[in-house]
Design a protein around this ligand. Structure first.
Ligand SMILES: [Zn+2]
Length: 288
């Protein structure tokens, strides 16, 4: 009897924990070969999760409503939704875009939330590969750098972007270490074009009025300028380590992108439009 009672209580605790985790890490299945991860937009600070003691803890404000608009605009254009994994926990409680130790700093609920985030992202990638053969993961962030432009991260450092197109295209080790490694093999364009040509994601967004780095107009960061080249999410789920899902870290500025619902919508429309062209040019397939 006592054992039965214990099992009953344990099952209850487990159920409560599962419900808690589902609130902290929201997982939305999709049908398009696109996965959105949103690690830093959350605001929940549950008292039973210990605060992180070191590392970055600032929120990427408004990246969740921005991602929701991107989902809507993709659905309107292409008749399907992207997969989405959204952390609703504040970054003081969990940073999914880091290795587990720094991300959760030993808190058991935060550890479980980190696993749910990354297991779900991996499941989404596996589902995309099974259904479409290949795909693209966009890791959505917000930055506070002085220069208010969109920073696209391919796991290529700012100083490596200073190399000429010919040097980039000849650097097999660099290409293999990027999170678009598989896409480089598929795209008819060169690696340098894929990263900063007119039909790179930066080039396509710039043609719709959003300044980007890298892009045809800004091929590398200036001396001392801020630039985020990508961290854990794009490294773990992009094609650097294999697979056919490539990844790009999308760092959005506050001004004109995240600041108002109107600007968020304008960016979501531009990104959705750009992705249609991007898939046709580089993946060789239509999104619809
Ligand atoms: Zn971020």
């Amino acid at each position: 009897m006592r054992i039965l009672f214990f099992l009953f209580v344990s099952a209850g605790v487990l159920q409560a924990q599962t419900a808690e985790l589902e609130t902290y890490i929201e997982v939305r299945p999709g049908t398009l070969p696109i996965i959105l991860t949103v690690p830093h937009g959350g605001s929940l600070k549950p008292a039973n999760v210990l605060a992180r003691r070191y590392g970055v803890t600032g929120t990427d404000s408004n990246t969740i409503p921005l991602a929701e608009m991107i989902i809507e605009e993709l659905a309107t254009r292409y008749g399907g939704k992207p997969h989405a994994i959204i952390s609703r926990l504040h970054r003081t409680k969990l940073d999914p875009n880091r290795e587990l130790e720094e991300a959760a700093q030993g808190d058991p609920i935060s550890i479980a939330a980190w696993h749910r985030f990354h297991d779900s992202a991996q499941k989404a990638c596996d589902s995309v590969m099974k259904k479409s053969g290949m795909g693209l993961l966009l890791d959505i962030h917000g930055h506070r750098h002085l220069d208010q432009r969109i920073e696209l991260g391919y796991l290529i450092q700012g100083d490596q972007l200073k190399h000429s197109d010919a040097e980039l295209n000849a650097d097999a080790a660099l290409i293999a270490s990027s999170c678009i490694r598989d896409l480089d093999k598929r795209s008819p364009q060169s690696f340098a074009e894929l990263v900063r040509g007119p039909q790179s994601l930066g080039g396509l967004l710039e043609s719709q009025g959003f300044r980007c780095l890298p892009s045809p107009s800004k091929t590398s960061p200036a001396f001392m300028a801020g630039y985020f080249s990508g961290v854990y999410d794009v490294s773990a789920h992009g094609s650097r380590k294999g697979g056919t899902v490539s990844a790009i870290q999308v760092e959005c500025p506050w001004n004109n992108v995240r600041d108002t619902p109107e600007h968020q919508r304008r960016f979501a429309v531009a990104l959705a439009e750009s992705l249609g062209v991007y898939f046709e040019v580089h993946f060789g397939r239509k999104l619809r």
